[in-house]
Design a protein around this ligand. Structure first.
Ligand code: FES
Length: 99
């Protein structure tokens, strides 16, 4: 796993984009639970850092498709899946697992 940020850098109900190994990863803090996903919508590539997060899903700001933050599934368009990365916290560090 790779350390990508400190937990204090991602405010509660906020987001932070980090660049890791040439990829943009979006970190999302929901009440202390950190989620990590690709910062690129699998539909037409819109960045997701301005997306609305609610009820465990992230809604793309461009066309509104919603993706689960658990597994990246898109309920309305099952052929689209947002890339989700496993997260672990170690002290103040946020670590994610890339491929
Ligand atoms: S680009 Fe994200 S829903 Fe179309």
């Amino acid at each position: 796993m790779i350390t990508v940020a400190k937990i204090g850098e991602v405010p509660n109900f906020g987001k932070k984009v980090v660049s890791v190994a040439g990829r943009e990863i979006l970190l999302i803090n929901i009440k202390g639970t950190i989620h990590a996903c690709e910062n690129e919508c699998p539909h037409q590539g819109s960045p997701l850092n301005a997306a609305v997060v609610r009820d465990g899903t992230i809604s793309c700001p461009r066309h509104g498709y919603r993706f689960s933050l658990s597994d990246g599934a898109c309920g309305d368009y099952p052929d689209l899946t947002l890339r989700i990365f496993p997260v672990r916290l170690e002290g103040d560090d946020i670590l994610i697992e890339l491929d």
